[in-house]
Design a protein around this ligand. Structure first.
Ligand code: HMG
Ligand code: MG
Length: 304
């Protein structure tokens, strides 16, 4: 058995991926409060919002207000999605520590999500990456549909690697491999992450697993066995992509922290404060937390 990493970094994507799919408008104040509760729970990487077209994703139209309203905690890094130069220029006022350009391993998903094919998306990202790096802002990419596509179906590791290589070629510094629709299983996840590791160092590769088919924790464990130690997670299991219908939320941060605590892998996250944050935002959205761990710990508290 290979040793697991001693420490794992969780990138909390709840405020962005978690909320972008909500049909009812959520006040910016609620989003800001969510970021605050997450940083108080010990999250040190927070994907706060996205600067995308409000016609495409109305829920993220308040990106500037959210970034302006967040109280910065020292040691916390804030990232935002920027699909093009317009988004990047708008994002600058919010002083992000990191930006995310998001492409896809499938042509069909690229078209549906960002209205252009893979090659063209890379040409759109190129000036964004250049501008960000000139300003000292780190650049991460997301490679969506790396384990399956709602339109194309199967996606091969070669298709994943093609986009990984293109991202590296334009100067992206960190590569996130995303199972947008949550269909991947552990060996499949490992095969995709291996392709990323051919082009990016271990410290700059992460996994982003939606939990639609309940495979996300197993996929994360499989990646831990490879030494991968950065994962995107979403408090209360919130999330989905408006352009991947039927896909449910990201793996819940609570579930991942509970597993890592049990494995003796440090995260720096206070599970009780995290469960409170998950219960709070779920209450704001009018539903119970999706996180199994969140529900179990809340039930245990109620029974004491
Ligand atoms: P487009 O329509 O091709 O863009 O959209 P355009 O350049 O032709 O511009 C059309 C209009 O949009 C113009 O306005 C632009 O100003 C405006 P108009 O003249 O019609 O009034 N516009 C913008 N407004 C604000 N911010 C911008 C921006 N860009 C153009 N940045 C575009 C192309 C990429 C903008 C659009 O397709 C889009 O916004 N897509 C975003 C979709 C999205 O947010 N999806 C969810 C996030 S990705 C995800 O969830 C996956 C991830 O979690 C990993 C995983 O799970 O796979 C990351
Ligand atoms: Mg996602």
């Amino acid at each position: 058995m290979s040793p697991l990493p001693n420490r794992v970094t969780l990138v909390e994507v709840g405020p962005r991926d978690g909320l972008q799919n909500e049909s009812r408008p959520i006040p910016a104040a609620t989003k800001i409060e969510l970021v605050e509760r997450l940083q108080r729970a010990g999250l040190r990487e927070i994907e706060a919002t996205s600067y995308v077209s409000p016609k495409w994703v109305p829920q993220m139209a308040d990106a500037a207000e959210v970034m302006a309203g967040v109280t910065r905690h020292s040691g916390v890094r804030y990232s935002v999605l920027t699909p093009n130069l317009k988004g990047f220029e708008a994002a600058l006022a919010g002083r992000p520590d990191e930006i995310v350009v998001f492409g896809a391993a499938s042509e069909a998903f690229s078209q549906r999500n960002i209205n252009c094919g893979i090659e063209e998306s890379i040409e759109r990202f190129r000036p964004v990456v250049e501008a960000a790096r000139t300003q000292g802002i780190k650049v991460r990419c997301a490679v969506s549909c790396a384990l399956g596509c709602p339109y194309q179906g199967e996606v091969t590791a070669d298709q994943v690697e093609r986009v990984v290589r293109l991202m590296k070629g334009i100067g992206v510094q960190h590569c996130g491999i995303a199972d947008t629709i949550g269909v991947g299983t552990p060996r499949h996840a490992q095969a995709a992450l291996e392709r990323a590791l051919k082009h990016f160092p271990l410290n700059e590769v992460s996994g982003h697993f939606h939990d639609t088919y309940g495979q996300a924790l197993a996929n994360i464990y499989a990646c831990l066995e490879m030494g991968v130690h950065i994962f995107d997670t979403s408090v209360a299991g919130l999330g989905g992509c408006p352009y991947a219908r039927g896909a449910t939320g990201n793996v819940a941060t609570e579930d991942v922290v509970f597993m890592l605590d049990g494995l003796g892998v440090a995260t720096g996250i206070d599970i009780d404060a995290l469960v409170d944050a998950g219960a709070w935002i779920s209450g704001e959205l009018g539903r119970p937390p999706v996180s199994r761990v969140g529900r179990a710990l809340l039930a245990r508290r109620a029974s004491l």
